[in-house]
Design a protein. Structure first.
Length: 293
């Protein structure tokens, strides 16, 4: 059942390999739970009580509520598929409510500190140094996700129009502009890359020191290293640069719908979280400047 579902979301729904892997891991965990606690119950015989028991077991293991809700979303998709295939009659997972989670504001890097990191830090004038600068610059300049960054291919970069074509969630494409300075870094990086690797068969934009496509942990380590230079930032991850892109754009007066399109959000609600950071800044300015504050 799991393999049929994974083929369905891979080839019919065309989910990304990263999403398919996450779904597979979640369902494998649920299957392991059934084997331990309910060995005589197959997927098509699962009840709401069993699903709730799984949720409780995850909470007892201190699994983050957001992760629990993601696993529930996987289960809902799985049982929706089983119902569509007439393997089950009732989709019991649809009646299971998600956990309530405390909303937290996105962590972002203060503008001055990030600009200093980009413009004043002495990146080595080597293939690795230019690549690392390009990674930080692209993540901040475009707001793309980690998975989108490592999926970029040479053909997706248009230096003449200064745009990149990004394949986002649910295989939705979007075009994102970049500045002239980013274009210059890309040209310099390509020069190093062409000298080091003449035959890049897969033609990914970003490659490792051995010429193979970059992978998530490789990018994560680079971003973490550079964000460690800014002690005030609580989290050090590629997604922090995505949050920073959106927050700085909003602070500078960008339209919320424009930011939504650049980020590749499916609805405006996902983008509105960034308005809270901007409101806090406006309140601070008001308290400091208004005579009646």
């Amino acid at each position: 059942m799991i393999e049929s579902f994974l083929r369905y979301i891979s080839f019919e729904k065309r989910y990304s390999s990263h999403t398919v892997k996450s779904y597979k891991n979640d369902l494998s965990q649920f299957r392991h739970f059934l084997e331990l606690e309910y060995p005589d119950v197959s997927f098509d015989k699962v009840t709401s009580r069993i699903i709730r028991a799984w949720i409780i077991s995850l909470m007892e293991k201190k699994v983050d509520p957001r992760s629990v809700n993601r696993k529930l979303a996987t289960l809902r998709s799985f049982y929706k598929f089983l119902k569509k295939q007439n393997i089950i009659i009732l989709d019991l997972s649809a009646n299971i409510k998600s956990l309530k989670i405390k909303k937290s504001l996105p962590v972002f890097v203060p503008e001055g500190q990030l600009i200093s990191l980009l413009d004043k830090f002495p990146y080595p004038d080597t293939f690795a140094g230019v690549r690392e600068k390009l990674i930080i610059e692209l993540l901040y300049a475009t707001g793309i996700r980690l998975s989108e960054l490592i999926s970029l291919k040479e053909k997706d970069v248009n230096l003449f129009e200064r745009t990149i074509k990004v394949l986002g969630k649910r295989n939705k494409q979007r075009i994102i502009p970049f500045s002239k300075s980013i274009g210059l870094i890309i040209e310099k990086y390509r020069s190093f890359k062409n000298k080091n690797f003449h035959n890049n068969s897969e033609n990914y934009l970003l490659v490792t020191d051995k010429g193979s496509p970059c992978y998530p942990m490789f990018i994560y380590r680079i971003v973490k290293y550079y964000l460690e230079l800014i002690p005030a930032v609580e989290k050090k991850s590629p997604h922090v640069l995505r949050h920073t892109f959106a927050t700085h754009m909003l602070d500078k007066g960008a339209d919320l719908n424009a930011i939504k399109e650049l980020l590749g959000h499916s609805n405006l609600a996902a983008t509105q979280v960034y308005t809270h950071n901007s409101l806090d800044k406006l309140k601070a300015i008001f308290d400091q400047a208004h005579p009646k504050a």
